[in-house]
Structure formats: structure tokens, C-alpha cells
Design a protein around this ligand. Structure first.
Ligand code: ATP
Ligand code: MG
Ligand code: MG
Ligand code: MG
Length: 564
């Protein structure tokens, strides 16, 4: 490709709307342009990076027996009603109607659609396990689309779904995907960690890990042990009994509270209408307005069903959208937590929430839990004495000291159990002819977010430094002067030779000063630059520049192709 022909509009200024480095550099280097908030056009170089990442993902999925399919983006509401998620997904879902007034959504994820396919097409245990995946746009009307490709409203995801005969099979699929993810992010040249995580809205009974690219700008806080393999999202980090109490801890999880007006723990306790001492541990995110709040209880007397029903919400909380909370609770703040198939709403300020007449949870139809009483069945305000593992504390697994890092969630693997297969009746006949429900897993990678994360980890003051495997091109050839025939002839010859060798090369044939060309080349982040100048060429040499090490080597023009 000749640069004069390439649609690569670079910018010298840092665009005001871009807060994080990957967003700034992707705009400046001419990789993306914004169409609307959280919605982007990929320019030629941007798309090449996306395709490189997709190819790595595809190869690793195929290597584990994955089969590529393409599911519809426009999904019928009926399917989502079957699992109950139509009503609980909330405002993050883009919803639309056709001319006959039938309801649809733009797929934020594809559990429903894929399970529908499998329930119609899979009959026998002989067809399992089945690993199906796609690489496609996803749509989520994020509350705060920001950071460019990092949190878009239209973004590219690889999602694989596994269908197995039994929990053992499902665990094996999980293990395969975990391995594939490690290979994928390693091949992309990224520094990452897999951390234990919280199941959130996807729910399910099995485990889940998030793959975090470590970077200062990461939205997630993780703790990890330098001495063993323990690592967790702080939202999930295991809770330890408080040293001053021997109370049994049934469980502990966290939710997030977003509010700009709360800066201290006192204000938070006041806001939640609970005793400050029951807020055992809160973390204040760096420079952010977010708290992590640990909600735990330590009462063993509660029978198990009640524990599941009542603590479920506390065990798996995520912050509900304020509008939703107002609608459901008629109050300002709340969480959502899945209980079985149906999400249940929990008011953050539980003591003041609707809990009259033995009804708890909400003032909206179908969101109530009946026959329960605050104080008898659960003690929301008496959050047990507990503290969360935090940096500097001993690791829950060994004696190491935990450290903290920031991470960008580039992927997540879930062991789903039968949550969706049960609801949609995705069953098969086992070898004795008995009907059984499939065990499922789902596995996502944010392809476009991975591109952003790669930049967050690989840049300097001059621009992007692409890891070779995902670079838009491997090499750029820069002739210093277009007036020197020898320079131009050598540059053109090398361009042809490198291309013939399969080295993806661009040729900067623009009539610009060398400084301008070098600046653009550094900004775009080509891993290698070949500079052809008259002086070195007089001795038969050209300059080979390595973007990441910044090393310049004079090499013989005739030997370049064997060196690159
Ligand atoms: P987050 O916690 O950042 O909102 P998520 O947990 O909601 O992400 P998943 O449902 O686990 O996301 O989706 C799988 C992957 O898709 C994520 O690990 C992430 O890499 C990517 N992803 C999710 N939301 C977005 C988004 N708004 N923009 C870009 N990529 C996203
Ligand atoms: Mg999300
Ligand atoms: Mg997440
Ligand atoms: Mg996730």
C-alpha cells in the first residue's frame, strides 16, 4: 500500500474528547472516527488491527474444536421472555419494533439465540460436546460510553457457547477455553492476568474468570498474590473473617455505589442509612467517585432455601440503573442480583425500602419476595463483621502479601450450568434414552476493546508501538528524498521484495519532509521502519529502525529482506 493512497488522516493535536491514551492515539493515528457516542467507524488501518486480533482468536477457537457460526443481531423478544431476561436486562438493551409492532432487540449477548438453535438441532448425546462461536457486533446502550473502543455501545465481540452432557464435560470445555484465552492474549503480545470474578448479570452456577490486561487506565481493580496464582477482581475478592470476631461468614460480595456526592465513609453510611460500623470495608477508587461496598451477613440460623432466596440478591449484586431503581423502588439507589432465573431488585437503603407486610424487594409487580421479614429472615443492616482482602494483606491461599493492580477486562469465561438450557429446554437423549438438560458455558472476548487495551500497554510520547502480531502493517519504507533516483529506485525495489516475501509493507511515497513522515510512522506505530537516504545508500546501506527498542541499524540494502 502506498501512503499517498491510504485513507490515514493523522492529527497533530490531541482531541479534546479523548480521556485515555488509547482513544487519543486511535483518533490521532487515523484508526477510528466517531459516528455517535460509543459508535465508531474503523478506518483501513484500524480494521486491519481488528482483523489480526480476530484471526488469532479464530485460530485458537478452531484449535479447541470451536465451530464458527453467525447468529442474528436482531433478536426476537419472545426468546428473551422465555428466559425472563427481557424484563430484567434494563436500559442497556437497545429495543426496537418492526412494522407489525413486534418487539426485538439488538443482541447485547447471544445465550438465548444460541440455546434456541441447539434445542432445535441437537437430539443425541453423540452430538455433544458442541462448541459454537461467532465474531460479531454487540449492542449495549452503556450508561457511560467512554474511552473510545474501550466502552462502546456498538462493539466487536467473539462469543463462544459450549454445550456439554454433564458438569464434568462442561468443566472440560471451560478448561479448554481458559487455555485458549491464555494463548490468545499471549499471542497478541499483551501482559494480562486471569482473575476470579463475579458472575454479574449473566448469572449461572459455575465459576467465572475475567482476563485482565494490566494497565493504569483499567476500570477494574484486582488483587493478586506475587507468590502463588491467587488473583481476583476486588468485586469478588474473598472475604476474611474480621480478627475481632469468630462469627461464621456465610458469604460476601460487593456492589458498587456510584455517586459523586459521597467522598467519605461517614457520608456513605449516611447515604445507605446504615450504621457506619457495619460498613466493614469500603474502598475509594483513585480519583473516582466509586465505592466498593462489602455486604455480608453472618447468621447461620437461616434455613437454606431462605439463604438462597434472600441472600441470593446480596451475593451477586450489581448496581441497578437509577431510572430502573426509581421505577421499581421509588427510591434513589439500588442493586440488582439474580436469584435463579429471575433477577431480584434490592434497595441499597434496605432499611427504608419497601419491606412492609412481609413483602421485600420492590414495589413493582413480580419483583417481590413474599413471606419474608427483615430482621427475621435476613439482617441487611447488621452486615457482619468482615473485611475484604486488600493490598498488603496476606493472601487467602498462601502467606504472600497481596498486591493491587488496575485491569481492563478483555475477556470473561463463564461456567453457566443449566440456567439457559433449563429455561429454554435445550435437552438431549443420553445413552440410555433418557432426556437430559445440556450444561452450558459462555466465553466472550472484546475484540475491539482488546485493540484499545493493546495500545494502553504499548505506547510512548510519539505514538503507538504495535506488538508485531497485531500491527496493521509490519513495516514502512520511507525514502528521504523523492528527487534522488537511486533512493526512489531502491525504495521501490525493497517495497516489491518485502511484499513478495509476505511482509506487510507500506511505502511512504508522499512528497513530504522526512520529519513529517517519521512523525506519522511513529504515531501509527509500524514496528519496523526502513529509511532510504542518499548518504547511506552511497555505501549500499539503508537504515532499519525498530519502533519498540528505538534501535537504528545500518544494514546492507541487499540484505534487508533476510533481516526483516
Ligand atoms: P464490563 O464489565 O466492562 O462492562 P462486561 O462484563 O459487561 O464488561 P461481558 O458481558 O463479560 O462484558 O462481555 C465479554 C467481553 O466483551 C468483555 O470482557 C469485554 O472485553 C467486552 N465488552 C463488554 N462491554 C463492552 C463495551 N461496552 N465496549 C467494548 N467491549 C465490551
Ligand atoms: Mg458491562
Ligand atoms: Mg465485567
Ligand atoms: Mg464480563
Amino acid at each position: 500500500m502506498k501512503v499517498s493512497q491510504l485513507l490515514n488522516p493523522t492529527l497533530r493535536e490531541v482531541p479534546a474528547e479523548a480521556e485515555v491514551i488509547s482513544h487519543q492515539l486511535m483518533l490521532r493515528a487515523g484508526f477510528i472516527r466517531k459516528a455517535a457516542a460509543g459508535i465508531y467507524t474503523y478506518l483501513p488501518l484500524g480494521l486491519r488491527v481488528i482483523k489480526k486480533i480476530e484471526q488469532i482468536v479464530r485460530e485458537e477457537m478452531d484449535a479447541k474444536g470451536g465451530q464458527e457460526v453467525m447468529l442474528p443481531i436482531v433478536q426476537p423478544a419472545e426468546l428473551w421472555k422465555e428466559t425472563g431476561r427481557w424484563d430484567v436486562y434494563g436500559p442497556e438493551m437497545f429495543r426496537l419494533k418492526d412494522r407489525h409492532d413486534r418487539e426485538f432487540c439488538l443482541g447485547p449477548t447471544h445465550e438465548e439465540v444460541i440455546t434456541d438453535l441447539v434445542r432445535s438441532e441437537v437430539r443425541s448425546y453423540k452430538q455433544l460436546p458442541l462448541l459454537l462461536y461467532q465474531i460479531q457486533n454487540k449492542y449495549r446502550d452503556e450508561r457511560r460510553p467512554r474511552f473510545g473502543l474501550m466502552r462502546g455501545r456498538e462493539f466487536i465481540m467473539k462469543d463462544l457457547y459450549s454445550f456439554d452432557r454433564d458438569p464434568e464435560g462442561s468443566r472440560e470445555s471451560y478448561r479448554k477455553m481458559y487455555e485458549a484465552y491464555e494463548r490468545i492474549f499471549t499471542r497478541c503480545g499483551l501482559t494480562f492476568r486471569a482473575v476470579e470474578a463475579d458472575a454479574g448479570a449473566i448469572g449461572g452456577t459455575g465459576g467465572t474468570h475475567e482476563f485482565m490486561v494490566l494497565a493504569e487506565s483499567g476500570e477494574a481493580a484486582v488483587v493478586f498474590c506475587p507468590d502463588c496464582d491467587y488473583a481476583a477482581n476486588v468485586e469478588k475478592a474473598e472475604c476474611l473473617p474480621h480478627p475481632d470476631t469468630d462469627q461464621d461468614i456465610l458469604a460476601g460480595r460487593t456492589g458498587e455505589v456510584h455517586t459523586p456526592n459521597i467522598k467519605t465513609i461517614d457520608q456513605l453510611a449516611d447515604f445507605l442509612k446504615i450504621n457506619k460500623s457495619s460498613l466493614i470495608k469500603t474502598l475509594l477508587y483513585k480519583g473516582d467517585d466509586r465505592f466498593i461496598l462489602v455486604l455480608v451477613r453472618g447468621d447461620r440460623e437461616v434455613n437454606e432455601i431462605k439463604v438462597n432466596n434472600m441472600l441470593g440478591p446480596f451475593l451477586n449484586l450489581r448496581m441497578a440503573d437509577p431510572e430502573e431503581v426509581r421505577e421499581v423502588f421509588n427510591c434513589e439507589h439500588g442493586f440488582i442480583g439474580p436469584v435463579g432465573l429471575k433477577d431480584v431488585y434490592v434497595a441499597a437503603d434496605l432499611e427504608v425500602a419497601e419491606m412492609k407486610q412481609g413483602v421485600c424487594g420492590a414495589n413493582k409487580k413480580d419483583y417481590h419476595l413474599l413471606g419474608v421479614a427483615c430482621g427475621k429472615d435476613f439482617i441487611p443492616a447488621k452486615i457482619a463483621d468482615l473485611r475484604m482482602v486488600t493490598p498488603g494483606e496476606p493472601c487467602p491461599k498462601c502467606q504472600g502479601r497481596l498486591q493491587e493492580a488496575r485491569g481492563i477486562e478483555v475477556g470473561q469465561v463463564f461456567n453457566l450450568g443449566t440456567k439457559y438450557s433449563q429455561a429454554l429446554q435445550a435437552t438431549y437423549l443420553d445413552d440410555t434414552g433418557k432426556e437430559k438438560v445440556c450444561y452450558m458455558g459462555c466465553y466472550g472476548i472484546g475484540v475491539s476493546r482488546t485493540m484499545a487495551a493493546a495500545i494502553e500497554q504499548n505506547y510512548d510520547e510519539n505514538g503507538i508501538i504495535w506488538p508485531m502480531p497485531i500491527a496493521p502493517y509490519h513495516c514502512i519504507i520511507v525514502p528521504v528524498s523523492l528527487k534522488d533516483e537511486n533512493v526512489v529506485a531502491t525504495a521501490e525495489r525493497l517495497y516489491e521484495e518485502l511484499k513478495a516475501l509476505g511482509i506487510e509493507t507500506v511505502y511512504d511515497d508522499r512528497d513530504e519532509r522526512p520529519g513529517v513522515k517519521f512523525k506519522d510512522a511513529d504515531l501509527v506505530g509500524y514496528p519496523l521502519r526502513l529509511t532510504i537516504g542518499a548518504k547511506a545508500l552511497a555505501e549500499g546501506k539503508v537504515e532499519l529502525y525498530n519502533r519498540s527498542t528505538r534501535q537504528v541499524e545500518l544494514v546492507e540494502a541487499d540484505r534487508v529482506c533476510s533481516l526483516v
